[in-house]
Design a protein around this ligand. Structure first.
Ligand code: HEM
Ligand SMILES: *[C@@H]1O[C@H](CO)[C@@H](O)[C@H](O)[C@H]1NC(C)=O
Ligand SMILES: *[C@@H]1O[C@H](CO)[C@@H](O)[C@H](O)[C@H]1NC(C)=O
Ligand SMILES: *[C@@H]1O[C@H](CO)[C@@H](O)[C@H](O)[C@H]1NC(C)=O
Ligand SMILES: *[C@@H]1O[C@H](CO)[C@@H](O)[C@H](O)[C@H]1NC(C)=O
Ligand SMILES: *[C@@H]1O[C@H](CO)[C@@H](O)[C@H](O)[C@H]1NC(C)=O
Ligand SMILES: CC(=O)N[C@H]1CO[C@H](CO)[C@@H](O)[C@@H]1O
Length: 329
């Protein structure tokens, strides 16, 4: 009887260990490259520190790239793949029109390939670069678990179906984020990324010129701000080249500026304004503003870590690309 008990216990322990083992092998982990490429993370942060000060607008672009990557078929660097004669990739999709920083990623990848060929995935590079870009703008540092593998597929239509549009209302945003395992808290915090960077007029000019098709403005946008944008920035409804700072005055600094603007009805997109259309979301924004900035920074970091785990490929899924813009042949 006793022996039997022990063997049942032993069996259960083995099962637990096996479960743990398969879980671990399928998860991201901190310091995934500690042995295979110990300098990887330092090479990334040195590269960011060296190049972003010469091109500060890239920090925002690289943060946005991580978001677009993760929302379309998981954080697997599918966003980086170039189209071929056979495939229209995510890059050619509307929401990707204004993504930037591809050359930056390629340059960094070639440094990493020199240090340890075929080891560091493009998906991890995007994730680490996004973190380091946030840090150089005064945002939080967080530990990025690594071990993502690069995807083999990229489709233009997938980007259209998964990247939220700037015209989305609160329920559409909530749904888009929920489909990626992110909740309303994450939606509010991650939208705070709009504290840095710029937008093209075309992403919001419907709010200035033709909100309901009657040549009207969006009543949710501050009238004086709208007039100002029309006079000095987006001077005609078809302007698709002029860029506008999303958090004017501190668009290169990671701070609470974005949320302050939201309460003044000066968020640029309908999707920004939508966050104050829901009473409990609005209360959460007030709470962020009533707290020291460190609270936002810490919580933003937590949501970024969560976003960086969306549908990741690990273990032997996918591949480690040699060049980030093409799948290995
Ligand atoms: C909630 C849904 C979101 C919508 C609808 C949205 C939409 C947009 C749009 C339309 C632009 C301007 C593109 C242009 O015209 O050039 C933009 C810029 C940006 N977005 Fe979002 N976004 C969302 C969430 C996020 C998230 C989650 C992040 C990152 C965590 C992010 C980071 C950025 C950054 C940093 C920029 C500035 C890019 C630059 O300066 O090049 N956004 N977003
Ligand atoms: C391109 O399309 C072909 C055929 O549908 C597919 O087998 C291949 O994986 C696609 N490549 C990418 C990068 O999406
Ligand atoms: C939000 O947008 C969706 C999709 O466009 C629409 O069906 C829904 O009625 C809108 N909800 C509100 C509260 O306006
Ligand atoms: C969202 O998820 C986080 C954990 O990831 C949790 O702390 C937070 O309370 C959740 N927010 C809501 C509104 O459920
Ligand atoms: C406004 O939208 C309506 C309906 O989509 C369109 O017929 C009209 O030409 C637009 N006006 C301008 C000034 O773009
Ligand atoms: C911008 O608008 C012009 C003229 O309407 C058009 O030819 C061009 O393709 C547009 N560019 C982009 C990036 O959409
Ligand atoms: C950066 C990038 O690849 N942008 C592409 C987005 O899609 C358009 C076509 O819709 C391409 O012309 C751009 O090159």
């Amino acid at each position: 009887m006793r022996i039997k008990m022990v063997s049942i216990e032993g069996f259960m322990i083995i099962c637990a260990l096996l479960g743990l083992f398969t879980r671990v092998s399928a998860d991201l982990k901190l310091g995934f490259y500690d042995e295979s490429c110990p300098k990887a993370e330092k090479i990334v942060s040195d590269y960011v520190k060296k190049h972003i000060p010469n091109a500060p607008s890239l920090a925002a672009a690289l943060l946005r790239m991580h978001f677009h990557d993760c929302f379309v078929s998981g954080c697997d660097a599918s966003v980086l793949l170039d189209s071929t004669s056979k495939n229209q990739t995510e890059k050619t999709s509307g929401p990707n029109l204004t993504l930037r920083g591809f050359g930056f990623i390629d340059g960094l990848k070639s440094l990493l390939e020199k240090e340890c060929p075929g080891v560091v995935s493009c998906a991890d590079i995007i994730s680490l670069v996004a973190r380091d870009s946030v840090v150089v703008t005064g945002g939080p540092f967080w530990y990025v678990p690594t071990g993502r593998r690069d995807g083999l597929l990229s489709r233009s239509s997938e980007a259209l179906a998964n990247i939220p549009f700037p015209t989305f209302n609160f329920s559409a945003l909530t749904k888009a984020f929920a489909s990626k395992g992110l909740n309303v808290t994450d939606l509010i915090l991650l939208s705070g990324a709009h504290t840095i960077g710029v937008s093209h007029c075309s992403s919001f000019s419907n709010r200035l010129y033709n909100f309901t098709g009657k040549g009207d403005e969006d009543p949710a946008l501050d009238k004086f701000y709208a007039a100002n944008l029309k006079k000095f920035k987006c001077k005609n409804p078809n302007d698709n080249t002029t860029i506008v700072e999303m958090d004017p005055g501190s668009f290169r600094t990671f701070d609470l500026g974005y949320y302050k603007l939201l309460l003044k009805r000066r968020g640029l997109f309908q999707s920004d304004a939508a966050l104050t259309s829901d009473p409990s979301a609005k209360a959460a924004i007030r709470k962020l503003l009533d707290s020291p900035v460190e609270v936002f920074l810490k919580d933003f970091a937590l949501s970024m870590e969560k976003m960086g785990r969306i549908q990741v490929k690990t273990g032997s899924a996918g591949e480690i690309r040699k060049h980030c813009a093409v799948v290995n042949s």
